[in-house]
Design a protein around this ligand. Structure first.
Ligand SMILES: [Cu+2]
Length: 380
């Protein structure tokens, strides 16, 4: 028994880096809330020590073995009674309102301060189980999904340093700028949370909520969805890369060029191999959480794509229109009121064409056909 406890204790520090304090604040707001926390800890510790000191002193000095005789007075004067009621009352007012209330109120005000003086706006859309980031004034939009390989999740490979806290496309932000975040969701409630920013806001379907951050130091900041949002809840991390203003400008240029390249790619005819290769990548980042790596889904929850009638059925009718509830329709428009969301707005033409082609020719499906990006484009 003792040996096993010792073994567990000794193994712990080797497994995870143990830290006892909060992560270093990266925004003024996070610093503010940390200071409130620390101040409150000092106050509660002082109260704890004072109350226990009196209690322990009384227990020790007035104990029976010392033959202590209790005093037997009754009914002290009204003045004394008012006095010993009023004094604790005043102490409480002082501690609660002055020492704790004012700093807490200040923090909450700062937290809510999303007035129009922000330098830039980022729109965050949550969906099961990934984040979409949009820079409205730059015309940039992309999906940020978990990048941890499935093999690590399945314990077939050793877990990496940032296990479940890594994404394919991090949110890139400039330091020193007030960034206003607008949050919403397409399905259930999610929460966008980066501990080092001191911000945590629910993304609620049908509502736009807001929060903000002014990141002070460049670096990579990691967080998670903090609202239990279904099976993939633990698989939708938030990664923010804070860079200098100049690097941010360069990133914008690169990102725009990449988007333009995607548009060019969508105008070309892709080979089957290209479609399959790209389709596998999309499938592994976005669909695998539900339909599983082998395409067999989870019985009664997520349908199998292997052997599915939809996947192994037509996707366009004779006139080149979408077959209702066909393969392409299901992927582009989803199925209302189920976990199968519409991918039309999250994926570009090439992504949709590739992932559909992949599904039709993987997991034992042998449709031997393909979808071209240009076909998806006209169906939008
Ligand atoms: Cu979530």
């Amino acid at each position: 028994m003792l040996a096993s406890i010792t073994a567990v204790l000794c193994a712990c520090p080797a497994r995870a880096e143990l830290t006892w304090n909060f992560p270093a604040p990266a925004t003024p707001l996070a610093l503010d809330t940390l200071q409130v926390h620390n101040k409150f800890m000092v106050i509660t510790m002082a109260i704890f020590v004072a109350v226990f000191a009196v209690m322990i002193y009384s227990i020790v000095t007035h104990r029976k073995s010392r033959d202590f005789k209790a005093s037997r007075f009754t009914g002290p004067s009204t003045a004394v009674q008012i006095f010993w009621t009023a004094v604790p009352f005043l102490i409480l007012i002082f501690i609660d309102f002055i020492l704790m209330g004012i700093p807490a109120y200040h923090s909450v005000l700062v937290m809510q301060d999303t007035r129009g003086d922000a330098d830039m706006v980022v729109k965050i859309t949550a969906s099961q189980w990934k984040w979409q980031y949009e820079y409205p004034s730059e015309g940039i939009r992309f999906v940020s999904a978990l990048a941890t390989p499935q093999a690590q999740i399945d314990n077939r490979e050793a877990k990496g340093e940032h296990y479940l806290l890594e994404v394919d496309n991090p949110l890139v932000l400039p330091v020193g700028k007030k960034v206003r975040f607008l949050l919403t969701s397409t399905d259930v409630i999610h929460t966008w949370w980066v501990p080092q920013f001191g911000t945590k806001r629910d993304a609620i379907p049908g509502f736009i909520r807001e929060t903000w951050a002014r990141i002070e130091r460049p670096g990579i900041y990691r967080g998670q969805c903090a609202e239990l949002c279904g099976k993939g809840h633990g698989f939708m991390p938030v990664v923010v890369q804070a860079v200098s203003e100049a690097e941010y400008r360069q990133w914008l240029v690169r990102k725009k060029a990449a988007q333009a390249a995607v548009a060019v790619g969508a105008a070309q005819v892709w080979s089957r191999d290209e479609l399959m290769k790209h389709g596998r990548k999309i499938y592994e980042t976005l669909c695998v959480v539900c339909h599983q790596a082998d395409g067999r889904g989870i019985p009664n929850v997520f349908p199998a794509l292997a052997g599915s009638k939809v996947v192994n059925g037509p996707f366009l009718d004779g006139k080149g229109r979408l077959v209702k509830d066909g393969h392409l329709d299901r992927v582009m428009n989803g199925k209302p009121n189920t976990a199968m969301q519409a991918f039309k707005d999250t994926l570009n033409d090439s992504d949709i064409a590739a992932v559909v082609t992949f599904e039709r020719n993987a997991f034992g499906n042998k449709m031997d056909d393909q979808v071209q990006p240009a076909q998806v484009k006209v169906l939008r």
